[in-house]
Ligand binder design. Structure first.
Ligand SMILES: Nc1ncnc2c1ncn2[C@@H]1O[C@H](COP(=O)(O)OP(=O)(O)O)[C@@H](O)[C@H]1O
Ligand SMILES: [Mg+2]
Length: 254
């Protein structure tokens, strides 16, 4: 459960987050829509603890990350992962090194020792298989297409099985077919990890495909949050504009 209360963040003299409240229950995918520059990336950075808000609180599974100590913060953040806008792979490392990066840096919580080379290799293989990139371990990021780089970045994230996943514009800049592959992977990852996900996008098609709940970020706050069906019925110019710009496709019920 992610609980955000009265969150404020300003840069210089501009308030970007202005008393934002948000609840995300465990096991849900929340999609946040909003115009460019409204503060969606800023919100994600506060949640994952890269930045500290000026005021307000963020609780993750009952722990107040906005006022906890460094080592406690570390325990929480290691269960979180973020797919940054742009895939942010390390250009000088092959895909195997990129994907295993987190495991190389950390100890195995089960044995309290570094992960063995074999374990890393196996986990990397599994993560790459999960995103449909088997056998490309030795390739460099520059050898891959944009969509493949995005999938490799997702593999690097899921390799350590975080329970909270944040995605910043995961389909921006991808062609429609590749974008749809990423949408499907987000849903699949959520099911496999039984996690909680927040996806920021301005692509309504993606949003409707992956969301359990939809929210609109506007003027420093979450203006609306609802299930997709009721969200789409909200009589608001911005939501009407989103609808006019996109075809209405729903994720198939299983
Ligand atoms: N580190 C920063 N320093 C100064 N201004 C920033 C910083 N990060 C974001 N902003 C400003 O905050 C606003 C929201 O940015 P952002 O969260 O990136 O928007 P978006 O909703 O498109 O993700 C923008 O006006 C941006 O210029
Ligand atoms: Mg952004």
């Amino acid at each position: 459960m992610i609980q955000i209360r009265n969150l404020w963040k300003r840069y210089g003299s501009i308030d970007v987050l202005k008393g934002l409240n948000l609840d995300v229950p465990n096991g849900e995918i929340l999609v946040i829509l909003g115009r460019s520059g409204v503060g969606k990336s800023v919100l994600l950075r506060q949640i994952i603890g890269i930045e500290t808000p000026d005021k307000g609180s963020i609780d993750i599974n009952g722990i107040r990350i906005t006022s906890c100590k460094q080592n406690q913060m570390y325990d929480i953040v290691k269960n979180m992962g973020m797919l940054f806008q742009g895939s942010a792979l390390f250009d000088s490392m092959n895909i195997e090194k990129n994907t295993g990066f987190y495991l190389e840096q950390h100890i195995d919580p089960l044995t309290q020792r570094p992960f063995s080379a074999q374990t890393i290799q196996r986990k990397v293989k599994e993560a790459l298989a999960m995103v449909g990139l088997e056998g490309i371990e030795k390739k460099m990021p520059s050898d891959l297409s944009g969509g493949m780089r995005k999938r490799a970045a997702l593999a690097r994230l899921i390799v350590y099985r975080p329970s909270i996943l944040l995605y910043d514009e995961p389909t921006t800049g991808l062609d429609p077919i590749t974008a749809q592959q990423i949408n499907e992977l987000i849903v699949k990852t959520q099911r496999d990890l039984r996690g909680t996900s927040i996806v920021v996008t301005h692509d309504l098609h993606s949003a409707l495909f992956i969301a359990d709940k939809l929210a609109l970020h506007r003027d420093g706050k979450i203006a609306y949050i609802n299930d997709p069906e009721n969200f789409m019925k909200i009589d608001d110019p911005l939501i009407r504009a989103l609808k006019d710009n996109a075809s209405f496709t729903r994720r198939k019920a299983e």
